[in-house]
Each structure stands twice: as C-alpha cells, then as structure tokens.
Design a protein. Structure first.
Length: 103
C-alpha cells in the first residue's frame, strides 16, 4: 500500500512540492488550512507537510492528530524562513518522552 503525501501552505513556499508529485493544497490562512488538513486526514494521507506559520496557530489540530497513527503533521518553513516552531515541538516531545529537556 502506497502512502499518500500532502502539502498544505502558502503558494510561494510549497509550489516546489507539486513538482515532486505531492498533492499540494494552497491556502492563505489557518482556517482554510484546517479544512484541508481534515480533508486529507479523511482521505487517509500518511504524511501532511504544513507551513510552520500555520501550525503555530493550530495547536488544537496538532494535538488532535498527535494521538493518531496517521496523518503525521510535519512542519516546514515558509519562503521567508522558519519560525522556530519545529524546534519548540521537538523539545516538547523529548521532554515528554524522557522527563526532561536535554536539547
């Protein structure tokens, strides 16, 4: 079974993923991103890459899907660079797993 991979975000920063054959959904705000992420989850996407700027504003969505096997929400930077959100989440996961932040 092949895993479907999707990308949700700002057109300027995710266009290149379309060239790689991923299903790309352009959005301009977190409201539309929520809709696309939920739709992809219903369609059984295994991995969904999302601009970190959008994920930062959707903690409830991130927490909802953290408890599920699929989809895995992966933060990617925008064309303007990263907000630091991925590092923050990594620190939270490490602290949750071992009881302290070692990063």
């Amino acid at each position: 079974m092949q895993t479907k991979i999707g990308v949700v975000g700002f057109k300027e920063s995710i266009m290149v993923f379309k060239l790689m054959g991923f299903d790309v959904r352009y959005v301009e705000d977190e409201k539309k991103a929520r809709i696309e992420i939920d739709q992809m989850a219903k369609e059984k996407y295994g991995v969904i890459y999302v601009n970190d700027v959008l994920l930062e504003k959707m903690n409830d969505v991130v927490e909802h899907y953290e408890g599920q096997l699929i989809p895995a929400l992966i933060s990617i930077p925008t064309h303007e660079g990263s907000t630091g959100y991925p590092n923050q989440k990594l620190q939270e996961y490490v602290e949750k797993a071992i009881g302290q932040n070692i990063l």
